[in-house]
Design a protein around this ligand. Structure first.
Ligand SMILES: [Ca+2]
Length: 403
């Protein structure tokens, strides 16, 4: 039996498209997780530039124009979970992440280092014509290159497995093949912003192989909330870090799927990231929260490798539990798992505990031991006398005088 998988995101119909010289926005009629709003960014736009929407079911909520001189724009989520604090310890160098999605805009200014492979037989090969994959890759690790946006792990290596077709759907066999490819690529982290409401054996077995290979597998809870027990697979497979979405007020997104499998929550509403055509867009979904956590996993692996600390998916899960900021209701819950991920606190756990600075104490004195003697001979200046006698040599013996 073949089962189709769908990208987790919002398919929205455009109600208005407008372009001005200084702001660009695309508004959609049917809502989404928050009221659509205009993103106004100072941009040197030719006034007649038209931003075309990709013709597929996963549409961005807004196209975003980022000024060429804006530097690396960090999205709101970076602030809420304090990614910059984590960057003091790691930016992902030495870690490798596979994003299994709709492919990548390899020409995107922020994703030039990504390589990829197509498992869908698409006419466009491994390239992303959908937008979803490019967006997720940008969240994981858009380059810190002085322009565009910046991802959570901007120095991590990234590979893109195109396991979903250009319409955002894929067969489970493609997804399983992508997982196996990622294992062969020796990645440290696999990020899957895709899901199904039933477990698929092909994918489940591939996830098991990835876990056996020591890979941290991160997957979206889904966008079927707020009803309980809506989280899907592969997020519900054992050992997978199942991710829910919060908004900029750290409230659980309405759409975020709920379930006992939830492990952690991350920013997933109006997330700004890369988009095909060397563009940028905001999108919402547990799809966006998932690469946030995959990016943190990359920082974790990178930091471990650098510090010579052993790392594992189990230890990563343990650190999530220990360091995440609990969100209401108290304790682990079905909306946010252990709470909001806190990368800096998580990485800080890796530093081996410092040994207290105990001064080196001399061994206790042995009263029967002969006194230590330090002997110093000093030649006095000519004509030096003591008690009227000329002195040619002064001998100091230290420690030899008994009281
Ligand atoms: Ca950038």
């Amino acid at each position: 039996m073949l089962r189709a998988f769908k990208v987790i995101g919002f398919a929205l119909a455009a109600s208005a498209i407008a372009v001005t010289g200084w702001s660009v926005g695309v508004r959609y009629a049917d809502g989404g997780p928050t009221p659509p709003k205009w993103e106004t960014i100072n941009a040197d736009l030719p006034p007649d530039r038209v931003i075309k929407l990709p013709d597929n079911e996963i549409a961005p909520e807004e196209m975003v124009v980022i000024a060429a001189n804006a530097g690396d724009v960090a999205d709101w989520g970076h602030g809420v979970i304090d990614v910059p604090a984590a960057w003091k310890l790691s930016k992902g160098k030495g870690a490798k992440v596979a994003v299994l999605d709709t492919g990548c805009d390899f020409g995107h200014r922020d994703l030039k280092r990504v390589t990829g492979k197509d498992f869908t037989g698409s006419r466009s090969g491994a390239a992303d014509v959908n937008g979803h994959g490019t967006h997720c890759l940008g969240v994981v690790g858009a380059a810190e290159n002085g322009e565009g946006v910046v991802g959570v792990a901007p120095e991590a290596e990234m590979v893109s497995g195109k396991v979903l077709g250009d319409n955002g759907s894929g067969l489970s066999s493609w997804i399983a093949a992508g997982i196996d490819w990622a294992i062969g690529e020796k990645v440290d982290v696999i990020s899957m912003s895709l899901g199904s409401d039933a477990p698929d054996q092909r994918i489940g077995a591939a996830v098991e192989r990835a876990r056996a290979a020591g890979i941290i597998v991160v997957a979206a809870a889904g966008n079927s909330g707020p009803r309980e027990n809506t989280a899907g697979w592969p997020g519900r497979f054992p050992g997978v870090v199942c991710v829910g979405a919060i908004d900029s007020d750290t409230k659980t997104a309405q759409f975020s799927s709920r379930g006992a499998a939830l492990v952690v929550a991350a920013p997933g509403v109006n997330v700004r990231s890369c988009y095909p055509g060397d563009r940028f867009a905001t999108m919402s979904g547990t799809s966006m929260a998932t690469p946030y956590v995959a990016g943190v996993a990359a920082l974790y692996v990178s930091r471990c490798k650098e510090a010579g600390v052993k790392w594992s998916a189990e230890e990563f899960a343990r650190l999530i539990q220990k360091t995440s900021r609990d969100l209401a209701p108290a304790g682990r819950d079905t909306a946010t798992g252990f709470g909001l991920i806190r990368p800096a606190a998580l990485l800080a756990e890796l530093v081996p505990p410092k040994q207290p600075d105990v001064p080196t104490m001399p061994p206790p004195k042995d009263p029967d031991a002969p006194p230590a003697v330090d002997r110093i001979e000093i030649v006095p200046p000519p004509g030096f006398t003591a008690n009227g006698k000329p002195i040619t040599k002064i001998i100091l013996e230290l420690g030899s005088v008994k009281p």
